[in-house]
Design a protein around this ligand. Structure first.
Ligand SMILES: *[C@@H]1O[C@H](CO)[C@@H](O)[C@H](O)[C@H]1NC(C)=O
Ligand SMILES: *[C@@H]1O[C@H](CO)[C@@H](O)[C@H](O)[C@H]1NC(C)=O
Ligand SMILES: *[C@@H]1O[C@H](CO)[C@@H](O)[C@H](O)[C@H]1NC(C)=O
Length: 392
């Protein structure tokens, strides 16, 4: 009784081992096989095969040698930070984080912008953080303050309404949100949406990196060169859903824009990242813009300029609280090809209260200081899965 039972079971085991081995050998030998097989049901749940399934869409696994530290060919690029004098401690630690993990090898310049002149002590404290050139710029009033044609009574009402809605948030988050409800935060969102890339100190550059706040891992290659070599226009590390009360009419405005300028919409766009119903409604997904590496020539393009002017004409930066994150994200998703948006999966990054921590080899090679178990990527409010689905 016992022996005859063993034979079929052993047979099944042998067949299973064979199938798995063949799959493994084929995976190693043929990238195409791996891509096809990992799309099948059982493969799509395996993290091992995920990294090579998306060649063009999202992220690189192996980078060409030319991109490493010894690269002599630099990109036309700069760091940019918007800061007030009182932000000095945060600015210094953001800069230190980027310098230690990346820029001490490259010395890309820094451009710091403020709506009032930087103090001498501010300049002195940031100057010792980097050997790279730093420029201190003043934001022109017309790019910062609420325009005269905005109806201040209506804008105030909008701010008060949002204050009232904020009460549903408790404790820590409410305190954090207070800052975001200020008028000056609206100025900042509008400036980041429509004006920073026109600032005279940024005119000489094409790519910029907005690094705010903390980097966990060594960045052993030049992400700017990566952007240029792979024809990317926008990149992110964290993607999440927006707080709906800040953008009640943003999507209807976007649809109105699309209807009047269908020619600006790229046929290979990422609408499915923004919308679950083909563009009818917005699913609130956006890329978190406190980290951005992007192409300013994209923001300077006719499509984006027309888009920003249209949004501006509706006053939603002040009557509501349209953030630069959804504005940038929507534009990148509609006016660029979806494969021109890049997920820097290998860059460990935190901005309170969320972080992206690289996994596996990327975590160890990067000497990352974050806990790989603590990464926002597949949390309920993350939109990374939506982004990945664009390429599957
Ligand atoms: C992916 O990129 C490679 C080169 O970078 C290109 O040859 C290929 O056509 C691209 N594939 C798709 C599906 O876009
Ligand atoms: C850059 O460094 C890598 C790794 O050390 C090396 O393989 C490559 O040949 C170097 N490239 C140049 C242009 O020196
Ligand atoms: C850098 O890019 C800007 C914007 O595209 C351009 O005006 C400038 O000429 C470029 N500089 C170099 C050295 O290529």
């Amino acid at each position: 009784m016992y022996l005859p039972m063993m034979t079929p079971r052993r047979y099944i085991t042998v067949v299973l081992v064979l199938v798995i081995s063949i799959h493994y050998i084929l995976s190693i030998a043929f990238e195409d096989y791996k891509r096809i097989s990992s799309l099948s049901n059982w493969g799509s749940n395996l993290h091992v095969s995920e990294e090579t399934t998306q060649e063009n869409g999202s992220y690189a696994v192996a980078l060409p040698d030319m991109l490493y530290h010894n690269a002599t060919e630099r990109a036309n690029a700069t760091f940019v930070l918007l800061a007030r004098n009182s932000d000095i401690n945060g600015v210094v630690s953001s800069m230190q984080s980027v310098e230690d993990r990346f820029n001490k090898h490259y010395n890309y310049p820094w451009v710091l912008l403020n709506d009032e002149p930087f103090t001498d002590s501010f300049k002195e404290r940031v100057s010792i953080i980097t050997r790279a050139p730093i420029s201190f710029g003043l934001i022109p009033k017309e790019h910062w303050v609420q325009p005269d044609w905005i109806d201040e009574d209506r804008a105030r009402l909008g701010r008060q309404k949002m204050m009232a809605q904020r009460i549903i948030y408790a404790g820590e988050l409410a305190v954090a949100l207070d800052y975001y409800l200020y008028l000056s935060y609206r100025n900042m969102c509008r400036f980041n949406s429509g004006f920073f890339f026109h600032h005279e100190l940024l005119q000489p550059y094409r790519y910029y990196w907005r690094p705010d706040v903390k980097f966990f891992c060594d960045i052993n290659y030049d992400p700017f060169v990566y952007m240029r070599e792979h024809d990317k226009v926008y990149s992110f590390t964290i993607s999440l859903t927006e707080w709906a009360p800040t953008i009640p009419t943003l999507w209807s405005t976007v649809k109105e824009f699309i209807a009047t300028h269908p020619d600006y919409i790229d046929p290979h766009n990422a609408m499915d990242y923004l919308s679950n119903d083909g563009g009818d409604s917005y699913n609130l997904c956006h890329f978190w813009s406190n980290f951005e590496i992007a192409d300013m020539d994209f923001w300077r393009s006719d499509a984006y300029q027309a888009f920003f002017d249209f949004l501006e004409s509706k006053g939603g930066f002040y009557y509501e609280r349209w953030g630069d994150a959804p504005v940038h994200s929507i534009a990148a998703a509609l006016f660029a090809r979806r494969d021109q948006i890049h997920f820097f999966r290998d860059i460990g990054y935190r901005h309170e209260s969320f972080q992206h921590c690289p996994q596996g080899d990327q975590w160890s090679v990067g000497r990352c200081s974050c806990d790989p178990a603590d990464s926002f990527d597949y949390s309920p409010n993350s939109c990374v899965r939506k982004f990945e689905n664009l390429f599957s």
